[in-house]
Design a protein around this ligand. Structure first.
Ligand code: NAP
Length: 438
């Protein structure tokens, strides 16, 4: 019998478990350890709450989780309840699938002002992540700015612009829904430091902005390159740019505007005139592209009003003591998923924060193949029995997959009309749902 621990129960963790179970059948026991009592990582806390069809992939992971040789070990923090060296003693292989939950910092003067938030925090807030449930982003001003031209920027722009009715079939948490319903924001500016041909937005997500009830995207036609140049783009990108052209050609007057400001690089946040601790304006520098399509400052500056500034400029994997890390790329140093003998990484912890949920499937299968090859002649390990013993000695309240299903049932029972669930937003409430009175 071989024993494998996977740290992190998001898409990368589950696809790796699925691949290991397929490759080794009854010869393997896989433990998926998560610091939260609830599984699915990015699916639960990162994917937008109004994108339920993407979230539905968790049903596939459920099939993996309920198989005999894979187990969810929730509410266990690696680094506190158990260490990586201890896991390496207990298991033939340890796979780090912790994703990239940290915001890449927006390194400009004034970024410390209240009202400047990273997308991990903002997205975590509306998705009910226990770390960010108390964020309370300021929504009392009329203008917000979003830094970045990727899909997360689109998610944030859309969530800030939707009406309550548009969230009906979503699992947005109650505190965020109530705050957004009261929001005074009527102008959202999405800032891209490069141009329309350099966006990292996929067509479906961009197209959605054209169908919002009370908001409409605006693009300055002068920012668009000559239409003939679109032929040089790969098909998906060409489709995205076609959406931008349509937004530019057919502006619609609606109460909320989403302005795409291209060739625009934020360089400083200024405090509000009424409260020096809060953000009030953003100084932006006009850019142009150099021959390598990098953004270059032109020296021309202007200001935009923004009491909420959400930076959506990518994520980083948290380093772990003793585990080699590639600082420039915000991920573990690895070759094909191998970090050190017996220690592997998958998903965003391996590649950095790129690709869709589906990209993690081939990624997980590839790393699982390396693991299977490497551990063929391992010595006998204690595996899950050893982990259970150690966690019991330390009084850790482990949450199983069956426990999670009870938490989920309580969330479904608490759902508002039309919504799939009302998520618990703190760990205590999740655990309380497991107690007889819960
Ligand atoms: P992303 O796709 O890497 O986009 C980051 C954006 O931030 C880019 O436009 C980048 O511009 C810009 N940027 C980076 N550093 C900057 C700086 N210092 N100042 C100004 N702008 C800066 O990242 P993401 O939007 O966080 O998305 C992460 C991954 O999740 C992506 O693979 C994305 O497709 C995926 N995702 C998918 C969905 C979906 O499918 N529905 C939803 C959300 C996220 P440059 O190009 O100039 O560097």
């Amino acid at each position: 019998m071989r024993h494998i621990a996977i740290i992190g129960s998001g898409p990368a963790g589950y696809y790796t478990a699925e691949a290991l179970a397929k490759a080794m059948g009854n010869e393997v026991r896989v433990d998926i350890i998560d610091r939260l009592p609830v599984p699915y990582g990015l699916i639960r806390f990162g994917v937008a709450p109004d994108h339920q069809s993407i979230k539905a992939v968790s049903r596939r992971y459920e099939g993996v989780a309920l198989s005999d040789n894979v187990r969810f070990v929730g509410n266990v923090t690696v680094g506190k309840d158990v260490s990586i060296p201890e896991l390496q003693q207990l298991y033939d292989a340890v796979v780090v699938a912790t994703g990239a939950p940290l915001d890449r910092p927006v390194d400009i003067p004034g970024a410390e002002l209240s009202g400047v938030v990273g997308s991990a925090a903002f997205v975590g807030w509306y998705n009910g992540h226990p770390d960010f449930a108390d964020l309370a982003p300021p929504l009392d001003g009329t203008s917000a700015a979003i830094i970045g031209n990727g899909n997360v920027a689109l998610d944030v722009a859309r969530i800030l612009s939707k009406t309550r009715a548009e969230f009906e079939a979503s699992d947005i948490v109650g505190h965020a829904l109530a705050a957004l319903e009261d929001s005074a924001i009527r102008h959202v500016t999405v800032l891209g430091r490069r141009g329309p041909h350099q966006i990292a937005m996929t067509p479906k997500e961009l197209g959605e902005l054209g169908h919002l009830e009370r908001a409409f995207p605006r693009v300055d036609p002068l920012d668009l390159p000559p239409q003939a140049d679109d032929a040089l783009l790969e098909p998906g990108m060409r489709k995205s740019v076609t959406h931008l052209r349509a937004f530019a050609a057919h502006p619609v007057a609606k109460p909320v505007t989403i302005d795409f400001d291209f060739f625009a690089m934020p360089i400083a946040v200024l405090p509000s005139e009424t409260d020096p601790a809060r953000a009030g304006r953003l100084i932006v520098e006009r850019t142009r592209l150099d021959e390598q399509l990098r953004s270059v400052a032109t020296g021309e500056q202007y200001e935009i009003e923004a009491s909420l500034i959400v930076s959506c400029i990518g994520y980083e994997t948290p380093p772990i003591d003793g585990v080699p890390y590639e600082h420039g790329r915000g991920r573990f140093a690895n070759i094909d998923g191998r970090i050190l003998p017996g220690l592997y990484c998958v998903g965003w912890a391996r590649r950095g924060p790129t690709g869709t949920i589906g990209t993690n499937r081939p990624d997980g299968y590839e790393v699982a193949e390396q693991v299977v090859a490497d551990i063929a002649d391992g010595k006998a390990r204690d595996g899950r029995e050893g982990l259970d013993r150690l966690l019991a000695e330390r009084d850790v309240e482990v949450v199983t997959f069956r426990d999670w299903q009870r938490i989920e049932a309580a969330e479904i029972a608490n759902a508002r009309t039309g919504a799939p669930r009302e998520k618990f937003t703190d760990i205590e409430a999740m655990l309380a749902a497991l107690r007889p009175s819960g």
